[in-house]
Every structure is written in structure tokens, then in C-alpha cells.
Design a protein around this ligand. Structure first.
Ligand code: FEO
Length: 396
């Protein structure tokens, strides 16, 4: 059903309360999500984005209940990823000649995914405009690598709405649609998780794009992303927050991550956490067994941290696969300005700590000299090394 956003702009997307993961199973979802599409009905009727492939027929059926599809003058595809373009396949069967405005890269991604279906794809660049009547225009703004090369935002003059697509979104279902109606704790939690897991690798570009958006000096009354709550109360709060997150963000937090085979590495992890608290009581300490914790939530805690300690026992001359996966993901997310220490138990060859240190450095962490390698079970001599490791780890 069409839901009013502002003036002649409505939401026509899909609220997905049952969705449990995204990007396959690479992004966990605990509070639902949405694919937001928007309808603008001025002298011209414009559809901004669609929804994910599984909901394509419902989307078209619902849209048909609201308007005569032949009345849609233009479609804007801000991004080719199938959670926003998926319903085009069903929609374009009904209105095959309707022009679709998108970036040059989106021509590639749309044709790449759906084949060349003869759609009228019209390429736009930053600053290009489209007149929609009643004195209003759409202004296009390329958002390259936020988070795909084809990403774009569209600004509606007069109503001052920025349709930002993935940027400023959250995987978070809000039945009432708006940020001021959402649970504020969950809204922040989901917005930062989304930033960390989807946008953090592109933080330098986020910084530059925010400067560019501010430089345009456009009045912004509403930021309407393609997932989650729509920012209508103090919409610039999320832009300011992105500027902070994009700037090598950290809080006074240290996170201890580990996996363990026979509890030895776990004992070291908890001793390190306890010692961080002893030496720096004002620092927030969090501890995760990475094999038993949600990886996206753990990465969000790493993002908030100024340092981490990472532990794995040695297994088959290497590290546990859960910790190897953690390190690969951390490398992808390109964290900045974070210190790291390594620890672990072993029985025979004992390579894990050396491997952890190498991989932490590869992932961009500043690795401490101090380390703890404990043969068999950690004993007095091993625990005696904890204060020195923590001292180096917490150093400002
Ligand atoms: Fe929400 Fe990049 O798709």
C-alpha cells in the first residue's frame, strides 16, 4: 500500500519482518528490514527504485492498485543490486517503453544481471536534472562505491528529499517508516552495524561524498534511503554521524576475541579482559568467542574499539578456522587506527600467535610486540605476562 512521505511523494516498498540475512548469509538481520521504493506524483509520475526479486509480483500488483502503471513517466534506478532492481523484471513486462534513468555503471549491472531486455536505459551523471512539472526537478548525484560503482542518489527539489539509496540506510523494519517513530536504540544499533559491514571499506569516499553533498548547499528536509527508517526528524543527523564514523572512528573500548579448543585460550582471553579493566577502568571491555558470536555484531564492536586482543590455539600448524574467517572479514572491512595483540595456547609446534600477528598486520592493525604463547594449559608464568601485554595494548 502507498504510504505518504511528504507532499506528493509516497513509499511503495516492501517491509520484510521475516528476513534473517542479507547478501546470502553474510549479513545477519535480527530486526527485519525493508526495501524502500518511492512514487512521486507531480505533473510527471516517477518511480524511484523497486524491491527484491522474490517480492516482484506483489510489488507490481500493489502498485497497480494505486496507479495506472501506464501513467509512470520515468523510473529511476539509483542502484542495480537486485534488492532494488529485482522487480523491474516484472514491472517492465507491463510498461516496456518507460525510460529508466541510471548511471553508466548501472547499465552494466542491470544488463549483467537481467540480460539485454531492450529497456530504455538513460544514463545520467552528477548534476543532470529531470523536470517533473509543478516547478520541481530531480537532480542526480553519483555515489560511486557507496557501495557499488553504479550507486546514485536522487534529490527532489521543492520537497527537498534526498533519495539516497543504500547510503544512510539500515537493515531494520520500522512499520511507521520514519526515524522519529523508530526505537532509537535499535535505530542507532542497526545504522552503525550497516555502516560497518557495508560502507566502512569505503570510508575515505564517504568522507569526500559528504563534503560534496554539504558543498551543494541543498536544503534537505528528508533523507529517504532504500533500507530501514526514513530520516525526517533532524535528517542531517545521519550525515553528521557518517562523517564521524568515516574518520577512523573509535570509542574508548577494547574488544577481546578468541576461539578455544580445550579452554586454555579462553582462560587467557578472560585474564586479558580482566586486566584491561584493572589497568584502565574507564575503558569498556567486550569479550567474544568468535565461533559462537554473530560476525557482523562482532565487527561492529571491533569498529567501536581502539584496540583488540585476538587469540587462537595452534591447530595443524595454523589457527582455528573461525579465527581465520574473522581475520579475513576484518581485512575486508579495512579498519583504521586500531592496535592489536595476539595470544594463544599450543601443545606441540605453536605457530598460532606468529600467524595471528602477521594476519592482524595485513588487516591494517598496529600489532603489539608483547604476546602470550602458552604451552598446554596457561599457568602462573603465562598469566604473569598478561599485565605487560595489556600495558602495551592500552597505551594511547
Ligand atoms: Fe541495498 Fe546495494 O543494495
Amino acid at each position: 500500500m502507498k504510504r505518504p512521505i511528504k507532499a506528493n511523494v509516497s513509499w511503495v516498498g516492501y517491509l520484510d519482518w521475516e528476513l534473517e540475512s542479507f547478501h546470502g548469509d553474510d549479513y545477519s538481520i535480527f530486526n527485519g528490514s525493508s526495501q524502500n521504493a518511492y512514487l512521486i506524483e507531480e505533473e510527471k509520475t516517477v518511480l524511484i527504485d523497486t524491491v527484491w526479486i522474490p517480492h516482484r509480483f506483489d510489488f507490481v500488483e500493489n502498485l497497480e492498485k494505486e496507479i495506472d502503471l501506464d501513467k509512470i513517466d520515468f523510473i529511476v534506478a539509483n542502484h542495480g543490486e537486485c534488492d532494488h532492481s529485482g522487480a523491474l523484471t516484472a514491472l517492465m513486462e507491463k510498461i516496456p517503453n518507460t525510460p529508466i534513468y541510471c548511471t553508466q555503471s548501472a547499465v552494466q549491472s542491470l544488463k549483467g544481471q537481467y540480460g539485454d531486455r531492450g529497456w530504455d536505459l538513460r544514463v545520467v551523471k552528477t548534476g543532470d536534472t529531470l523536470d517533473i512539472g509543478h516547478g520541481k526537478q530531480l537532480v542526480f548525484l553519483e555515489m560511486k562505491m557507496l557501495h557499488w560503482p553504479d550507486s546514485m542518489a536522487t534529490y527532489l527539489t521543492g520537497d527537498n528529499i534526498l533519495f539516497s539509496n543504500d547510503a544512510f540506510g539500515q537493515h531494520f523494519a520500522v512499520e511507521e517508516l520514519f526515524n522519529d517513530k523508530a526505537d532509537q536504540c535499535l535505530l542507532y544499533k542497526e545504522a552503525i552495524k550497516y555502516y560497518v559491514n557495508i560502507l566502512n571499506p569505503f570510508s575515505p569516499l564517504v568522507k569526500r561524498k559528504i563534503e560534496e553533498i554539504k558543498g551543494l548547499d541543498l536544503p534537505i528536509d528528508v533523507i529517504a534511503p532504500s533500507h530501514g527508517a526514513i530520516w525526517r526528524e533532524n535528517p542531517m543527523q545521519i550525515v553528521e554521524q557518517y562523517a564521524i564514523w568515516a574518520d577512523a572512528y573509535q570509542e574508548n573500548q577494547i574488544t577481546v576475541c578468541y576461539d578455544t579448543m580445550w579452554e586454555g585460550t579462553s582462560k587467557l582471553a578472560h585474564a586479558i579482559a580482566n586486566e584491561i579493566h584493572n589497568q584502565s577502568p574507564e575503558t569498556v571491555v567486550k569479550v567474544f568467542n568468535v565461533a559462537k558470536s554473530d560476525k557482523n555484531e562482532v565487527m561492529t564492536e571491533i569498529f567501536k574499539s581502539r584496540a583488540i586482543a585476538l587469540g587462537s590455539p595452534t591447530v595443524s600448524n595454523s589457527i582455528l578456522s573461525s579465527v581465520a574467517g574473522f581475520l579475513e572479514f576484518a581485512k575486508q572491512l579495512k579498519f583504521k587506527n586500531k592496535r592489536a595483540a595476539a595470544f594463544g595456547c599450543y601443545g606441540w609446534s605453536g605457530e598460532s600467535v606468529k600467524i595471528l600477528k602477521e594476519k592482524l598486520a595485513e588487516a591494517g592493525f598496529t600489532v603489539t610486540e608483547e604476546e602470550i604463547r602458552s604451552q598446554w594449559n596457561p599457568g602462573k608464568a603465562d598469566f604473569a605476562q598478561v599485565p605487560a601485554l595489556v600495558k602495551e595494548l592500552i597505551a594511547k
